[in-house]
Design a protein around this ligand. Structure first.
Ligand SMILES: [Zn+2]
Length: 199
């Protein structure tokens, strides 16, 4: 059975980004992370770096994943920028081949779900949790809380459900697992096959 460590960023006194509407990144990504956990649990062993609003240091997050020797590590964040116009989603990797493949799967699943959102692509970045974890690791940035429109959007429960489903879909595609309880369009089937083949 595959295994994953889900890492909702920030927590407690470390709120992360704060939306133009007052939404805390730490709380939004916890909500998304818990939903990803619940979607993936039937398919794989899932551990979390945090399951409530507590502070966990970056080294501790890596230690949790490395000690459990999970197959992949997925960190969940929402973005922020000084330019209030900045918008879109992106997935960071350390640059290893397998992390890039994982990032591509999650990026594609997100792009399929949020067709009108700007796709900023897969990027290489030396974030602490990406370079200090021993397995393929990615860091998902679902939208910009510094952008008024995307912050309002991230505050919408149904949008966060869709974000969680997209991350989970990408992870399932990475492992070549099809969710049997879901009706897929032809377009979605083609993308899944392409993901599976690494195209
Ligand atoms: Zn963050």
């Amino acid at each position: 059975m595959p295994s994953i460590c889900i890492d909702p960023g920030h927590g407690a006194e470390d709120s992360g980004a704060v939306g133009t509407n007052g939404l805390f990144e730490s709380l939004a990504v916890l909500d998304i992370g818990l939903m990803v956990r619940d979607i993936l649990r039937p398919h794989m062993d899932v551990i979390m770096t945090r399951e409530d609003d507590t502070f966990v240091s970056l080294p501790e997050r890596c230690r949790v994943a490395n000690n459990a020797d999970v197959d992949i590590f997925v960190s969940i964040h929402l973005n922020s920028a000084t330019n209030a116009d900045a918008n879109g989603f992106e997935v960071f990797t350390s640059g290893s081949d397998e992390s890039v493949r994982l990032a591509g799967n999650v990026l594609n699943a997100h792009a399929l779900t949020f067709k009108n959102q700007r796709n900023r692509g897969v990027k290489k970045q030396s974030f602490h949790v990406l370079v200090n974890t021993a397995m393929p690791a990615i860091l998902w940035e679902g939208c910009f809380l510094s952008n008024r429109q995307e912050a309002e959007w991230a505050a919408d429960d149904s949008v966060r459900v869709s974000m969680a489903q997209a991350i989970a879909d990408g992870v399932l595609a990475y492992f070549g697992i099809a969710e049997s309880n879901q009706e897929l369009t032809l377009e979605e089937r083609v993308v899944r096959i392409e993901n599976h083949l690494g195209l």
